[in-house]
Design a binder for this molecule. Structure first.
Ligand code: FAD
Length: 469
């Protein structure tokens, strides 16, 4: 068959899929294509063969069959905070928004959510239940995407990675079978799904453990903002506090250039600042005693620290919720020392002049690094024995900024290199990186064996694929 004939046949098969689905199939010449095909991170242009918005499991099974018939891959992208980096021309891109079920079983301390549910909604629903969930810093992140990649939460020092709390998943496998994966039925697949990302099927629902909120029902914390001029003393204080902080207290720091936009108070527009984000399950007095060295490390120019309910957790971090174009980098580092934070502060100052927007230090510890018994509960995500998670990003407001941001990220990479340790959290891998950056040879071999068993033809394409053996 000629290329043109193959392309016509493929188009006809996709049109037949669109007609058969209860949900929607958007093709490149359809209205709304731009919005349907775009990732949250707008720095990456995507041109998939089609975008599918399945309404139910039967639709997912139909699209698997169509992908097989047309030789296309299937890739799920609920939001695209973590885009693939490629243009996806040989894939059907699946959006899971219609899978919006949400049930909280307060007595059993579990939640069941559809694969379209984002953290902000679940946190809101948890208000007043006396329970918390292991959400990340941004309310727009999809719970399934986050958990499949391990998922680092500011509550993780008490309760581990989000993947550790995963109890069961429902998914459609590449051969179209609808599976329920929980402990005891396919332990190896469950192990792989806990941190191995989206390569094993299209997940439609997941169930996970919730955790007790403090007896008062309230958390305590918020954001302390300092001028960038005191970044070094603030970060040194953060390092000292992090070394001995009790597990229920989590602190992280972000050096950032505030955008020159109306949403930022006028006095801070375009300014560099360092912020310290605090999330504590301790009460006000106990928390304030621990963070006092940070407060007194420099002039606090803005302070949102107060009691809050779990529904307002994302407000502590106050991250952008609208799509932004960004280039990113992350790493794990060993102990958070004064030498390390000074080097990072210097790299941020140099990088900011080149277009770097932020550099974040998230100290780890506690349950994040403690062995989980049996180890299968932790899944391939395992435990994080590193001292801190580092992340950096440059917002690409203009393509001309890209060389400067690349150079700035290289400066950060160089500053972090002497302090970096092996391993990564999969949710923080950058576009173009694969699981080889996160896991060692034994874990990769186990993941490949699972992939070979459930998707021998490699039809399901993850944003963070397995490297070639
Ligand atoms: C501002 C910001 C803050 C962040 N904060 C945190 C944080 O605190 N902690 C943290 O761990 N991460 C954090 N991240 C990283 C984030 O978790 C990843 O970008 C992750 O990819 C989730 O993004 P998303 O919900 O847009 O999912 P996408 O980027 O759209 O999806 C990521 C991948 O997950 C897989 N996937 C998703 N859904 C399914 C499904 N139903 N079936 C099969 N596979 C699926 C696919 O392989 C997909 O490519 C943050 C990212 C940003 C931009």
């Amino acid at each position: 068959m000629s290329d043109a004939a193959r392309s016509r046949a493929s188009r006809a098969r996709l049109e037949a899929l669109g007609a058969a689905m209860r949900g929607t199939l958007v093709l490149p010449d359809h209205q709304g294509w731009g919005e349907a095909s775009a990732a949250w991170n707008l720095a990456f242009v995507q041109r998939p063969a089609a975008v599918a918005l399945p309404a139910d499991v039967a639709d997912v099974q139909l699209l698997m069959a169509a992908a097989r018939d047309t030789g296309l891959g299937v890739t799920v992208q609920p939001g695209g905070h973590g885009p693939h980096g490629g243009d996806l021309h040989d894939c059907i891109l699946v959006r899971t928004a219609a899978f919006d079920e949400l049930t909280i079983d307060a007595a059993a301390r579990t939640a069941r959510v559809g694969a379209g549910v984002r953290w902000g909604r679940l946190l809101h629903e948890l208000e007043g239940t006396g329970l918390v969930a292991l959400a990340g810093s941004n309310p727009t992140i999809n719970i399934a995407a986050f958990t499949l990649g391990g998922g680092h939460s500011s509550l993780g020092r008490s309760f581990g990675l989000a993947a550790h709390s995963l109890l069961a998943l429902e998914m459609v496998a590449a051969d179209g079978r609808a599976l329920r994966v929980s402990g005891g039925d396919d332990d190896e697949l469950l192990w792989a799904l806990k941190g191995g990302g989206g390569q094993f099927g299209v997940v439609t629902a997941l169930e996970f453990r919730l955790h007790p909120a403090p007896a008062s029902g309230q958390l305590y914390g918020g954001k302390l903002t300092f001028p960038a001029a005191v970044a070094s003393p603030v970060l040194r204080a953060l390092a000292d506090v992090a070394a001995s902080a009790p597990e229920p207290l989590s602190i992280s720091a972000v050096m950032m250039v505030l955008p020159d936009l109306p949403m930022v108070p006028e006095a801070f527009r375009g300014q560099s600042v360092v912020t310290v984000d605090i999330v504590s399950q301790l009460d006000r007095d106990a928390t304030e005693r621990v963070i006092e060295p940070i407060r007194s490390a420099g002039p606090v120019v803005a302070d949102t620290v107060a009691p809050f309910g779990i529904g307002r957790l994302p407000e502590v971090f106050a991250e952008p919720v609208d799509p932004v174009p960004a280039l990113e980098w992350s790493a794990l580092m060993g102990p958070v020392t004064h030498i390390a934070v000074d080097a990072l502060a210097a790299a941020f100052a140099e990088g900011a002049a080149l277009g770097l927007s932020l550099l974040q230090i998230r100290p780890l510890g506690g349950a994040l690094g403690r062995a989980v018994t049996p180890p299968a509960v932790a899944g391939v995500a395992g435990v994080l024995t590193a001292g801190a998670l580092l992340g950096a990003a440059g917002f690409v407001f203009d393509p001309a900024m890209i060389p400067g941001i690349d150079a700035a990220l290289q400066k950060v990479r160089d500053a972090a290199a002497p302090h970096a340790v092996r391993g990564r959290v999969v949710t923080f891998l950058a576009p173009g990186e694969d699981l080889g950056a996160a896991y060692g040879a034994p874990e990769l071999a186990r993941l490949r064996a699972v992939k070979e068993r459930v998707d021998p033809e490699g039809m399901i394409r993850s944003n963070r694929p397995l490297p070639a053996a």
